[in-house]
Unconditional design. Structure first.
Length: 71
């Protein structure tokens, strides 16, 4: 049987907690913006243009999610 120890990081103090919350919200906002921008850009393209770059229309949401994860 193996034991796994999880490292739990806790901000020290109220100010650090608020900084962590702010940073998390900023990250979520960047990811949401990247998702929406990618989704809008690819959705605006014609099927032919998408095919030229190797993307099928049903792939757009997955590609937008990948872009958001990298943001």
């Amino acid at each position: 049987m193996t034991q796994t120890l999880l490292a739990v990081t806790r901000p020290a103090g109220l100010a650090a907690t608020f900084r962590a919350i702010r940073d998390d919200l900023a990250l979520r906002a960047r990811r949401r913006a990247a998702y929406r921008r990618t989704l809008a850009d690819l959705s605006a393209m014609s099927d032919r243009d998408l095919a030229d770059i190797g993307i099928a229309r049903f792939m757009i949401e997955d590609i937008a999610a990948e872009a958001a994860a990298r943001a």
